[in-house]
Write a protein that binds this ligand. Sequence first.
Ligand SMILES: [Zn+2]
Ligand SMILES: [Zn+2]
Length: 345
Amino acid sequence: MRAAVLKAPGLLELDDLPDPTVPKGGALLEVNACAVCGTDVKMKEQGHRNLAYPRILGHEIMGRIAMLDGQIPYLNEGDLVQIWPGIACGRCRFCLRGKDSHCESLKIMGFNCDGGLAELMALPAENLSGGMNLLPRNIDPALAALSEPLACCLNGQEQAPVYRGDIVLILGGGPIGALHALLAELHGAENVIIAETLPERIRLLKRHTSAVVIDPSEEKIKAVLASETDERGADVILTATPKIPIDNDLLHLLSPGGRICVFSGPAFGHYEEKIDVRHIHYKEITINGAYGCTSRQNRSAVGLLTSGLIKPDWLITMRTSLEGFDEAFTHSAQRQGMRSVICQS
Ligand SMILES: [Zn+2]
Ligand SMILES: [Zn+2]
């Protein structure tokens, strides 16, 4: 089979590899779609703390069950499925509390085991029991591949909940900021404000969301927030770019009881800030992190996409084949559009 293999930072190549075998009690997946996310680009360029080489990248995956090892109730060869990219033990204290993204022996596809930028994938038995979601036959494969990033946003908005009538400020209007906006609207936000500097992304956001989109290089976020909210400030701030430091200026944009979700991994130099703890105390501010998603959140995201409650098809701004992986990474790295998806169906 062919696969996009990362051999070292900066060295991603399309290789011909032996087909994987079906794991005991597991399945072989024929990958139909795998989206390229900002983390994949970062891994390609700089490596990642969870990465071991050589590695087949890709963690936003859907495909068709090509082969099963033995009988698995309710799952048949030919079924279309979306994959939660975690492989969790199901028995540790985190798994038993429903937080399998913190599993003590967690492996993540595309990071510390092989991912979906390949023609075929071996899915272990653990993944079949909790990390796989059946899809309807008429689903757009590329759209189904967006379940995982949507699930990560669901995680972010569980850590920093958006309630009916809230004012939500999203810093960064790429695919993640856009998914956060759609989700915040679904959760009943009264006003969603997105700060984004790239003109094409601003255009797409204005067309497909009801958010107020501002360019912080032209307008001050603080001034827009004050005029849009009658000086109330934001109830929730979600970071969807690594470029914004979590500092006192950001804290002071929050209304009392406000929540900040540190969703994007902060860029170098932006993760050790002095924070006004008195402000946190008196205004009852909450700061939370969010990284990845649980299998439960992944399942909920599939439900939101297949039911049409969230419609992010406009975020797919490039579809290409496995041979076009380089273009797909460039599309993502240059941030011209939104998401690029490798489609093989
Ligand atoms: Zn991702
Ligand atoms: Zn576990």
